[in-house]
Ligand binder design. Structure first.
Ligand code: SF4
Length: 376
């Protein structure tokens, strides 16, 4: 199974599609090493994220603890403090590191509210490569303001031996967001289609399956139904900075326990998980979050292998591209059936803006504004 640990809601970026940075956690209330010790061994994929995980002074200690427990350990970072990852990469060169980058310099800095962020993260990733990093890359949230730069960023990443992960706008408690709605669904999907074609031109197996993952993003952006059933609370879970355990990072009502006050087995074999699994089965959110999409694509028993559906799609479309054909989008994508939003609120940008942050306490009621949000 996969676990994602949101180590903190403190963050040094000021993104337009994630308001974690406006709602930081108190340092002394964030999930502790003693609590993290309760995460079981034998995890397939463990992601350390935030907020910005490198703001945790004890990150090295956390990695020392969790690296042996997982087949793959990823740190998802904004890349603004890459020097803090240098000792980690020296010790664990195979650790997976992704820096958020939203396109070219001006686009990325506008979306992420990061002055000089582009230079810092690109230089930082090259430095980690020099130090021996083996699984380094960027991650991009494809949206109206950067969709047309997705192919260019992918080419830049592959040219330099980096990976490029993609996602798209979602509302969810992890982002403290309720207005992440695309303005022009057709246009974003079109650029995602171009990215899929580009990924299928190469021979990197990861990128071939990322092409399928992007097909799911394309379907999500157009408002089509999820391509594969969600397996939250069965195959993956999220732990928030207050040690609360959730089935996913979208719905705050899918809480299954608290790792500070309970043991993992007590939570995972408890009655809450059983009822949450029913809610997941009947979930009507049209989400394609990376966590839920990746696990849904995977063979349930042989986790290194894909399910038959994604595998056949990849083989069929790779062969089509190899022999001069085009990707067969028609089976999954219908441009005549695009979801029409009732209300679209324009997202704000915060580069050079100063915003008053509101500290969140462990005892506060959490995620109130996310209880009624929806993803279509
Ligand atoms: S489909 Fe529902 S349960 Fe699954 S990740 Fe999305 S919001 Fe959560």
């Amino acid at each position: 199974m996969d676990i994602c640990v949101i180590l903190t809601y403190r963050c040094s970026s000021k993104c337009s599609m994630c308001y974690v940075w406006q709602n930081p956690t108190k340092l002394d209330e964030e999930v502790s090493i003693n609590t993290l010790k309760k995460i079981p061994s034998g995890i397939d994929y463990l992601n350390l994220t935030g907020g910005e995980p490198t703001l945790r002074q004890d990150l090295m200690e956390i990695v020392d603890l969790l690296y042996p427990k997982a087949m793959t350990l990823e740190i998802s970072s904004n890349g603004l403090h890459s020097e803090r990852l240098e000792p980690i990469i020296k010790k664990y060169p195979a650790i997976k590191i992704r820096f958020s980058l939203e396109g070219c310099e001006s686009t990325s800095e506008k979306i992420r509210g990061e002055k000089d962020g582009y230079q810092k993260k690109v230089k930082g990733l090259f430095r980690l490569k020099e130090l021996g990093g083996k699984d380094l890359g960027f991650s991009m949230v494809i949206q109206d303001d950067n969709a047309e730069e997705a192919v260019e960023l992918f080419r830049f990443a592959t040219k330099h031996g980096f990976e490029m992960a993609t996602s798209t706008l979602h509302n969810g408690f992890q982002f403290h967001k309720s207005d992440n709605v695309p303005y022009n669904r057709r246009n974003i999907a079109k650029h995602m289609g171009d990215l899929i074609t580009e990924m299928l031109k190469g021979y990197n197996v990861k990128n071939l399956f990322r092409a399928y993952l992007n097909l799911g993003l394309m379907a999500k952006v157009l408002g089509h139904d999820r391509m594969l059933k969600c397996s939250a609370a069965s195959d993956f879970a999220f732990i928030d900075p207050w040690s609360d355990v959730y089935a996913c990072n979208v719905r705050p009502d899918l809480r299954v326990g608290n790792l500070e006050s309970q043991d993992w087995n007590e939570i995972w074999n408890g009655s809450s998980v059983k009822s949450v699994k029913d809610s997941v089965y009947n979930c009507t959110h049209n989400c394609w979050m990376v966590g839920s999409a990746k696990t849904a694509m995977r063979h349930p028993k042989y986790v290194k292998l894909p399910k038959a559906g994604p595998l056949f799609w990849v083989i069929y479309n790779k062969l089509k591209i190899m022999f001069g054909g085009e990707v067969d989008f028609k089976r999954y994508i219908n441009y005549e059936n695009i979801y029409k939003d009732e209300q679209i609120v324009r997202r704000k940008f915060f580069l050079n803006e100063s915003v008053q942050k509101k500290l969140q306490s462990k005892s506060d009621p959490h995620y109130q504004m996310c209880r009624k949000v929806f993803n279509k």
